[in-house]
Design a protein around this ligand. Structure first.
Ligand code: CA
Ligand code: CA
Length: 495
């Protein structure tokens, strides 16, 4: 019998027996921030160079149709770490920290499940949006390394973007990789892994290392820019007038952002520079992933360590006339998701997967018992056989009642005001042609509508930053009403 299916049967029979502590696999979780599908295993950009994520994919399973549950840092990470949908918790925005919300305060999280089972847990960098407030910190992980800072920063911003946000910047900086906070974060991981070599511990480890790149500022040293010569750089494909068939509600999701619109990038001749800087940042952070993988191999523990690599959501670089996240299209929802390690075959899965699935998958691989109420589905069938059937689509929510359903070939979006989009991804991978009003596709639309969550919780108390609320027919962006006649910022009102 395939060992993988044994625990399923045991679980089904209610007889799950945890493995002995020493038999359990270790876990190395690697998180990227704002990394879209521009990695070699996903082919989102034809020129991107990510040899280390590629080598991880070469010994594991890549989920090529994986999607975040919400395209924003805090909410996506809260969903992944609690195993709950944003529409269940009401965490949609950049704040609050979920434990400050009374009905969420006691949720068991992914590291807690492992900690409870006797794992040694540690983290560095960006796993949650920021490190938990001091009083909650010890309950999440045993040990904390250096935090994410997105630094270092030059004395002045390089690019004069319309919103003077200090993080929204890009260019060649600093002089050496070793100055970057992500390098320092990786070093912590390297040291922890190398120490495992001489560690005679009877308990396995759960280490979570989260990088800040390629989230803005897209700073990387010159040698990473040299990988992407300006003269041959390919810009992402953009259809002029693409937004003419998307409803106004699609603009509400990213009404006013620190990230600039494509109009600005073109007017200020920054499009090539941003794309190049984003690619350079990706290759830099890929090298930090490589340092962790090298250390894992040197530790002698690679054969008994599950590696899972993910990004919290994607990022637009001009597509649909914007940069940044905060959309329900593939550019914003599609993410890298790669598993490697014991009981994981080499595979490329094209059926949908969700970041929400990471929690139940790791729990099952480690033969642990997760808490009640996890909303994802274990991916172990696909880790054993990439073609294993999967009946569920990927669902992404951005602020209450804006939901999208992604299957292998289709995407359906329904916004809070009832307006819709429908794309045949198999033939229209850039989501250029909205078919929602085409009667030819009425039956397909009806089939997809059934997956839209029937209820999205209202925003949790203290929600703020990137918060969109509908009150009857009135619309509020970060607390300020959007009137039906208001010009779309930086689009209809000029830059
Ligand atoms: Ca993010
Ligand atoms: Ca269009």
């Amino acid at each position: 019998m395939n060992r993988l299916f044994l625990p399923l049967i045991l679980l089904a029979a209610g007889l799950a027996t945890p493995l002995g502590a020493t038999d359990r696999p270790n876990v190395l979780m690697i998180a990227l921030d704002d990394l879209n599908d521009w990695i070699e295993p996903l082919g989102g950009h034809p020129q991107v160079q990510t040899p280390h994520m590629d080598r991880l994919a070469a010994r594991g399973t890549t989920f090529a149709n994986a999607h975040c549950q919400t395209p924003l840092c805090n909410s996506s990470r809260t969903s992944l770490m609690t195993g709950r949908r944003p529409g269940t918790t009401g965490i949609y925005a950049l704040a609050p920290w979920f434990r400050s919300v009374p009905n969420l305060a006691d949720l068991e999280t992914l590291p807690q499940t492992f900690k409870k089972a006797g794992y040694r847990t540690g983290t560095a960098g960006k796993i949650y949006h920021v490190y938990p407030p001091e009083k909650y910190r010890a309950a999440e992980f045993d040990e904390y390394g250096p935090p994410n800072t997105f630094g270092p920063f030059p004395e002045e911003k390089f690019v004069d973007t319309p919103a003077p946000h200090p993080l929204v910047d890009w260019g060649v900086f600093p002089e050496t990789d070793a100055e970057q906070q992500d390098y320092i974060i990786a070093t912590w991981g390297v040291e922890k892994l190398l120490a495992e070599k001489d560690q005679d511990s009877e308990t396995p480890f759960f280490y979570a290392v989260g990088f800040g790149r390629p989230h803005v500022p897209c700073y990387a040293s010159q040698h990473w820019f040299d990988l992407y010569p300006e003269e041959t750089l390919q810009l992402p494909p953009v259809l002029r007038g693409d937004r003419e068939d998307t409803p106004r509600a699609s603009w509400h999701l990213h009404w006013k952002l620190p990230e600039p619109r494509l109009d600005y990038l073109e007017a200020d001749d920054q499009w090539v520079n941003l794309v190049r800087s984003y690619l350079a940042s990706i290759s830099f952070v890929d090298a930090q992933v490589g340092r962790l993988l090298d250390a894992l191999e040197a530790s002698g523990k690679a054969d008994n360590t599950i590696v899972v690599l993910w990004s919290d959501h994607g990022w637009h670089l001009g597509e649909k006339r914007i940069t940044g996240k905060n959309t329900l299209w593939d550019r914003s929802t599609r993410v890298p998701l790669i598993f490697a390690g014991p009981e994981i075959e080499h595979g490329h899965v094209t059926s949908p997967a969700e970041l929400l699935d990471i929690y139940p998958t790791l729990v099952e691989l480690a033969r642990l018992e997760g808490p009640e109420g996890l909303e994802g589905h274990s991916l172990t069938p696909q880790l054993a056989d990439a073609d294993a059937p999967r009946p569920w689509p990927a669902i992404t929510t951005h602020n209450a009642s804006n939901n999208t359903v992604r299957t292998e070939d289709w995407r359906y979006i329904r916004y809070a005001d009832g307006s819709e989009e429908l794309y045949y991804m198999a033939e229209d991978p850039h989501e250029w042609h909205n078919l929602a009003d085409d009667p030819v596709h009425a039956a397909k639309k009806a089939e997809l509508v059934r997956w839209i969550p029937p209820y999205n919780a209202p925003p949790a108390p203290f929600s703020r930053a990137r918060l969109l609320e509908y009150q009857d027919t009135r619309v509020f962006w970060e607390g300020t009403e959007i009137l039906p006649t208001d010009p779309i910022p930086e689009i209809e009102e000029g830059i």
